[in-house]
Write a protein that binds this ligand. Structure first.
Ligand code: SAM
Length: 302
């Protein structure tokens, strides 16, 4: 795995490579925040977009998009991220308020501001894991606002393609206490071996009563949707070629692996939640979202 890291000499911050996708999601959340029927509110999101030279000229509200909701990127795809944010906000809050976990680990946290936005119970710690350049940009931007975390917050700069357990436990994570984990918009950027390692590690570090949510893409051949409106518009409007950033290896069956380890799992399409909330993206022809699944898993008490 270390070899894989060395081979990847790509950009470490938000100005390019996979880090730029964190800015894309932040722009989506900014737009969602200003919708009259918003699914999630993130007042910090637009600060990131406005601060980064790489996102100069990107919209932070729908009124700035000439074709509005008809735009496949800022209409449909951005709404997708709005829905995802809401569903995973609900998952995290449910896990800490109804369960006994007080440790929250955001893997590939990017510009996620949940530590600042959500109402965490007393004693909660939020660990944010991402690459150093992304977390440095986040620190710099939030430092220029009045943002105050609503839980203890620990940033952990580490590459998830390497062995990241020591970084997490050195930062105070306690594997004997229950935890809640999130890998939102992350796994398809990682080599298959790093995904397997991540799932094995979460299992190993999770006490009974812990929970995990993650997103996967089930397509056998991602290139099947190369000409979809979503990938095309992301490439043309932002210069982000998602298909080049996604790892092309066959994916492990992470939901199945967790079930084999004794976790309870449920697998949903995003569209399930569109129906539940009465708004959000719906399936369409040549749909790059067709294979996306949101997986929710719980480790039973011993
Ligand atoms: C699409 S963004 C999602 C960010 C955040 N989870 C959200 O939904 O707003 C993907 C994030 O994964 C991070 N990431 C990708 N590969 C990584 C790696 N090998 N190690 C650590 N972070 C990684 C990127 O830096 C980026 O912040």
């Amino acid at each position: 795995m270390v070899d894989a890291v060395r081979q990847n000499t790509g950009v470490d911050g938000v100005e390019g490579g996979v880090g730029l996708t964190a800015l894309m999601v932040a722009a989506a959340r900014a737009i969602e925040t200003h919708r009259h029927d918003s699914l999630a509110q993130d007042v910090f999101a637009e600060h990131f977009v406005l601060a980064a030279p790489a996102s100069a000229g990107w919209p932070v509200r729908m009124q700035q998009v000439p074709d509005g909701d008809a735009n496949p990127l800022w209409g449909r795809f951005a709404r997708y991220f709005g829905l995802r944010t809401r569903v995973l906000d609900d998952f995290l809050l449910r896990s800490v308020h109804e369960g006994c976990a007080r440790q929250v680990v955001l893997l590939g946290a990017g510009l996620d501001s949940r530590a600042f936005r959500l109402d965490w119970p007393p004693g909660c710690v939020v660990f944010e894991v991402d690459r150093e350049g992304v977390l440095a940009f986040k620190r710099e931007v939030l430092g220029g606002t009045s943002a105050t975390p609503k839980a203890a917050r620990v940033a952990i700069p580490v590459d998830l393609r390497a062995d990241w357990v020591g970084a997490l436990t050195d930062a105070g994570f306690d594997p004997t206490a229950p935890s809640v984990w999130l890998a939102e918009g992350l796994l398809f950027y990682l080599p298959a071996a790093a995904e397997t390692y991540l799932i094995d590690t979460v299992d190993r570090l999770s006490a009974g009563g812990s929970a995990l949510a993650f997103e996967v893409k089930l397509e056998k051949d991602l290139l099947e949707y190369r000409d979809s409106p979503l990938y095309t518009s992301t490439r043309h409007q932002l210069g982000i070629d998602l298909l080049k950033l996604f790892d092309g290896e066959p994916r492990p069956d992470s939901a199945g692996d967790l079930a084999n380890k004794g976790w309870s799992t449920s697998v949903h399409t995003p569209f399930d939640f569109t129906h539940q909330h009465g708004r959000g993206p719906l399936p369409e022809r040549n749909d790059a979202l067709a294979g996306n699944r949101w997986v929710f898993a719980g480790k039973p008490q011993p």
